[in-house]
Write a protein of this length. Sequence first.
Length: 159
Amino acid sequence: MIRVIGDKKGDFTALAACVYEAARLSGEGAVELLFVSEREMRAINRRTRGLDRATDVLSFPALAAADKPLTKERYPYEYDDALCAVALGSVLISNAAVRRQAGEYGHSAARERAYLFVHGTLHLLGYDHETESDRAIMRQKEEEILFMAGLTREQAEPE
């Protein structure tokens, strides 16, 4: 199971369960989810990545690799006793980017938030899109998870 902590715009519990299943994880994990303004996102992106521009989502992994199982024995330093889970890291989503991209792609803000949560969480698990091969693998996993959650592009009407 992946617990979602922090800001909860909408219900990300079911979506986190889909990520957990699709990634074939075992044990208990936790993802911190925060929604920020475009100004905050730009400042964080500049401070952490040296890029002076806003972005839609940033991920800050707590683990070098999210190997299975997610247990206290395997990850003693990342294990949060209060949550009874391994801290996987943080996902920050720009509220402005959610609204803008939902309009650009012709789907709801809820679907865009879900996509960005999935994308960010997959980064926490070690997925990346630096190469075309990695991009294809990550994109396929994102679509698989969104489909599992019932959030296909065809089903997501603009708000």
